[in-house]
Design a protein around this ligand. Structure first.
Ligand code: PRP
Ligand code: MN
Ligand code: MG
Length: 182
């Protein structure tokens, strides 16, 4: 285990098992369709890679990077597109892949943008959901795990851009982070 990690919350095996279940559920729901699967960079990159391997439908992949605008807080609800999609979403069945939903601001904004571009359907799959931190009415269509308000890292999720490569989900030792951790 990494020296900065206090405890492992979900092991590699636990995550893999849940991702497989989600992939099977999505395969059933998207049967006969060709969804455009959108990864929200950077956090969702590992989940996206593992999830699509478990999806038995012809998927097309694209990537989008977003960031909250300006200061470190997301309370403004203004999200900036850092990297946009390469393809048009018009008429497409879009599946947004997220690693975690906190306030819901990132996804509320993204959904609005994609609907504005006339996607046929926009759905969300998130590996983790922290409903306690929600400031919007955002609800994912598919969720892996519902979590208490605890700061987690690993499997794509960072603290100050570190720990994304950990194969498990863990909680950092308190001395590693401060209260403005996101
Ligand atoms: C994190 C996470 C989600 C978002 C959730 O991304 O990966 O995308 O925050 O928070 P919200 O529901 O309050 O909007 P972050 O902005 O840290 O960027 P990253 O994915 O590059 O780490
Ligand atoms: Mn993110
Ligand atoms: Mg982050």
């Amino acid at each position: 285990m990494h020296n900065d990690i206090e405890k492992v919350v979900f092991s590699e095996e636990q995550i893999a098992a849940r991702v497989k279940e989600l992939g099977e559920e999505l395969s059933r729901d998207y049967a006969g369709k060709k969804p455009l699967v959108i990864c929200v960079l950077k956090g969702a990159f590992i989940f996206m890679a593992d999830l699509v391997k478990c999806m038995d439908v012809p998927v097309e992949l694209d990537f989008m990077a977003v960031s909250s605008y300006g200061a470190s807080t997301k309370s403004s609800g203004v999200v900036r597109i850092i990297k946009d999609l390469d393809v048009s979403v018009e008429g497409r069945d879009v599946l947004i892949v997220e690693d975690i939903i906190d306030t819901g601001l990132t996804l509320s904004y993204l959904i609005e943008v994609l609907q504005g571009r006339k996607a046929n359907d926009v759905k969300v799959v998130t590996l983790f959901d922290k409903p306690a931190r929600r400031t919007t009415s955002m609800e994912a269509n598919y969720k892996g795990f519902v979590l208490p308000d605890e700061f987690i890292v690993g499997y794509g999720l960072d603290f100050a851009e570190q720990y994304r490569n950990l194969p498990y989900i863990g909680v950092l030792k308190p001395e590693i982070y401060t209260d403005d951790a996101k």
